[in-house]
Design a protein around this ligand. Structure first.
Ligand code: HAM
Length: 429
């Protein structure tokens, strides 16, 4: 019986994993440069954690089951609720808290370009402050990450504010704000007719729907935000301070990146816990689904404790990143470690060979010992993919020496063991 891989899941071989890890390391090191510390949590959580706050759409996409103890559990579909559980369990932590994580997450979605049923997801979140500065740092970190992996110029970030949207929707007379958010979230995925029908389904009137549509059509330059909002709300002064904060956030984000940042009323995010700024990054050509997404979720802590803890963060999946980097011809590792392939044609002086390999590895370079006992020509063929070949035969063992060939310039010489160590030591400095 042939057992196939489950639909929507991926296998990763070393050549692929090496590049994936290289980019994940770049991402995590950018977060560490901003002072974010890594956390981790279980892959399996109580389903209630998501039922209560992520929203029904995500819960419908979970890989969940009842365990042998009768508990309803799920493979985590996202990291935010677990992160909040960790945070609220530790009252002693000085705020603000800056954390990141890189879990695998699972969602029963229709597999498509950049979307799978299992993916690595980098998350970064900051807790304890609610301000334009913190919102800007989170968007700034997101763009710094995209810039650091080479994607500057090919992405844009679209931002909206759920607080402002809620105000506008209520001001227009829409009663079911969360229903309205779920429909707006699908604005780009459904046609205009279905959009209008869905809004009618939650009791919105024709003129309300018209005004909502007038906002969603195109991205807005931040300098025109005030004008656009004034057109739809009855009393602009009631919401002026929020617009000022959004403008300040935009000004601050520009200190982190030169990338295109737009105001976009159609970004409301599918997850239901967001309360303030929300944002997503897209490829500029608009061909792919979101590269990353996040926002402010100040009320989620109340699911765990009485206290409200301001929170803002985002997540980025490995799959769209891989697609974009491949399209740009950037899916490769640039900082390859120096590598040595040790060809063994001696009659088994393992001591000497392992000693050489260990010394090379001790300065964080790659050393691979050929263990096939093939002819030298065959071993050298394999060595051609490495920076250096080291040849150890009877003569080298006897003389306590090594024959080293620089494979790039095809230059070969025999050096004493101590001289070789000296050369290695110079490289490690
Ligand atoms: P999300 O928008 O559901 O947000 O997912 C964030 C990112 O994860 C997406 O932009 C995409 O890069 C990636 N992603 C999501 N689903 C898939 C999939 N099926 N296959 C591949 N990649 C995928 C969240 O998950 C929030 N918890 C983010 C957050 C953190 N908000 C605050 N802090």
């Amino acid at each position: 019986m042939k057992i196939e891989k489950i639909k929507g899941f991926r296998d990763h071989y070393p050549d692929d994993m090496e590049i994936r890890n290289y980019f994940l390391n770049k991402i995590t090191s950018a977060a560490e440069n901003f002072g974010y510390g890594r956390i981790d949590f279980p892959s399996l959580e109580p389903l209630d954690l998501y039922r209560l706050k992520s929203g029904t759409e995500l819960v419908n996409q979970t890989f969940s089951f009842t365990d042998k103890g009768g508990r309803e559990v799920t493979m985590i579909p996202e990291a935010t609720p677990s992160t909040m559980r960790l945070l609220t369990a530790r009252k002693d932590l000085p705020k603000p808290v800056r954390w990141y994580s890189v879990p695998k997450v699972w969602r029963y979605e229709e597999p498509q370009e950049g979307r799978f049923r299992e993916h690595y997801q980098f998350n970064a979140d900051m807790f304890g402050l609610d301000s334009a500065e913190t919102d800007a740092e989170i968007v700034g970190l997101a763009s710094t990450i995209l810039d650091s992996i080479g994607l500057s110029g090919i992405y844009e970030i679209n931002i909206n504010d759920r607080f402002l949207m809620e105000y506008i929707l209520k001001d227009l007379g829409v009663q079911d704000v969360s229903g309205a958010f779920s429909i707006i979230d699908k604005f780009k995925k459904i046609d205009k007719k279905s959009f209008i029908l869905s809004f009618e389904g939650i009791g919105a009137k024709d003129d309300e729907i018209k005004k909502i549509l007038s906002l969603l059509g195109e991205k807005v330059d931040i300098d025109n935000l005030e004008k656009r909002v004034k057109k739809v709300v009855k009393n602009y002064d009631d919401i002026k301070s929020r617009i000022d904060r959004i403008k300040k956030t935009f000004d601050l984000i520009k200190l982190y990146t030169e990338s295109q940042i737009n105001y976009d009323f159609s970004i409301v995010r599918g997850l239901s816990y967001y309360t303030g700024m929300v944002f997503e990054a897209f490829d500029i050509k608009g061909e792919l689904r979101a590269i990353l997404g996040g926002g402010r979720y100040d009320d989620l802590s109340k699911l765990f404790i009485e206290e409200q803890i301001p929170a803002v963060g985002f997540a980025i999946g490995d799959a769209v990143i891989e697609l974009l980097l491949k399209r740009q011809d950037l899916w490769m590792r640039r900082d390859k470690k120096e590598s040595y392939y040790i060809c063994n044609i001696s009659s088994g002086d393992d001591d000497y060979i392992v000693k050489i390999a260990s010394r090379i590895r001790s300065i964080n370079k790659i050393a691979i010992i050929d263990m096939t006992h093939r002819k030298l020509a065959s071993q050298m063929k394999t060595a051609s993919g490495f920076d250096y070949a080291i040849i150890i035969g009877e003569k080298e063992v006897e003389e306590n020496a090594l024959t080293v060939k620089n494979m790039k310039i095809s230059e070969q010489s025999t050096v004493g063991y101590d001289d070789f160590l000296l050369r290695l030591r110079n490289k490690s400095e």
